[in-house]
Design a binder for this molecule. Structure first.
Ligand SMILES: NC(=O)c1ccc[n+]([C@@H]2O[C@H](COP(=O)([O-])OP(=O)(O)OC[C@H]3O[C@@H](n4cnc5c(N)ncnc54)[C@H](O)[C@@H]3O)[C@@H](O)[C@H]2O)c1
Ligand SMILES: O=C(O)C[C@H](O)C(=O)O
Length: 329
């Protein structure tokens, strides 16, 4: 029997597609460790509570040794009570032909209410990951509505983009993702994101020496930027298992640390690093240790190409921020 105290993990949109691919893995210890019991605190809208009940029945039927309790509710102040981790997944997904920012109107209000609820009842050290789109700006809304919590507690998911970028590069260079280090996704989880290979290595060799520039600029970057849309087109629904996998990886890295000599991409609060406007939730290369993240210093962003791409995605985030100004106290 484990001696660790259970940690409280809130998941919103708990009856949705991503959650169905995520909850069982959290409960089996894949997120916080095989010796860490968890209490799942699951939030849904009232009409989805029946469906949630079915998911909870299945969680019970797995008899997970690490699952120390389950809360199911349509009240955010119940779901977030004393939580150590909050995965904010519940939001509408986009359909074909939409950009993620087209969801802003439908989804933004969710994150202002949930930011307030986190502010009121969550652990003061809560680690928040926003998955619901548009993820960076939803994270900003939640953060600004939680004035008593450290802004560093609020993050947005670009780990899926990071993983996509690693997999595409490994395929192109006839290597495996294990050989790929120091990938970077800069900026917004959107089609303006900048998958940057400047610092990236494959088997210790600079990635940009292994691929031609035309492929990098005109095939690789657009494919990573548009991967979510390609999945929607092919599957008829937005990514779910890969999104769940990235959310688990993001939280696991934040809690348990990055590998030596590598980093991950996380949408985090900008304090002006790399000249990015303070206060935006922008994806940077980050290392994690002792349950805290820090932005990697000293990455070479001096080329005109990098400057332009980083500014374009920053500009989009500023526009999204301005469009929800009414929700930013
Ligand atoms: N950041 C990323 O990389 C990434 C990747 C994939 C999907 N997403 C986004 O994640 C979100 C969820 O995707 P999905 O496929 O699970 O969608 P889904 O429609 O299957 O599930 C969403 C769930 O959220 C619930 N919900 C809606 N409003 C809620 C609220 N106020 N409180 C609690 N629950 C609420 C719905 O009832 C539904 O069960 C979408 O916005 C999608 O675009 C982000
Ligand atoms: O593309 C989407 O709308 C879903 C998600 O953000 C993704 O990147 O797969």
């Amino acid at each position: 029997m484990s001696m660790k105290q259970p940690l409280r993990v809130a998941v919103t949109g708990a009856a949705g597609n991503i959650s169905y691919a995520m909850l069982f893995r959290i409960a089996s210890g894949e997120m916080l460790g095989k010796d860490q019991p968890v209490i799942l605190q699951l939030l849904e809208i009232t009409p989805a509570l029946d469906a949630l009940k079915g998911v909870v029945m299945e969680l019970e039927d797995c008899a997970f040794p690490l699952l120390a309790g389950i809360v199911q509710t349509d009240d955010a102040t119940v779901a977030f009570k004393d939580v150590d981790y909050a995965l904010l997944v519940g939001a509408r997904p986009r359909g074909p032909g939409m950009e993620r920012k087209d969801l802003l109107e439908a989804n933004a209000a969710i994150f202002s209410a949930q930011g307030k609820a986190l502010n009121e009842v969550a652990s003061r050290d809560v680690k928040v990951l926003v998955v619901g789109n548009p993820a960076n700006t939803n994270a900003l809304i939640a953060q600004r509505n939680a004035p008593d919590l450290d802004p560093r507690n609020f993050t947005a998911m670009t780990r899926l983009d990071h993983n996509r970028a690693m997999a595409q590069l490994a395929g192109k260079t006839d290597s495996t993702v294990n050989d790929v280090k120091k990938m970077i996704i800069w900026g917004n989880h959107s089609s303006t994101q900048y998958p940057d290979l400047t610092a990236c290595t494959v088997n210790g060799k600079p990635a940009l020496d292994l691929v031609d520039r035309d492929w990098y600029e005109n095939t690789y970057i657009p494919e990573v930027q548009q991967r979510g849309a390609a999945i929607i087109k092919a599957r008829g629904a937005s990514s779910a298992a890969s999104a769940a996998n990235a959310a688990i990886a993001h939280m696991r890295t934040w809690a348990l640390g990055t590998d030596e000599n590598d980093w991950v991409s996380m949408g985090v609060y900008s304090n002006g690093e790399y000249g990015i406007a303070k206060g935006l939730i922008y994806s940077f290369p980050c290392t994690c240790s002792n349950g805290d993240w820090s932005i990697v210093d000293g990455v070479d962003v001096s080329s005109d190409f990098s400057k332009e791409k980083m500014a374009a995605t920053e500009q989009e985030l500023s526009e999204e921020r301005d469009a929800v100004a009414h929700l930013l106290p």
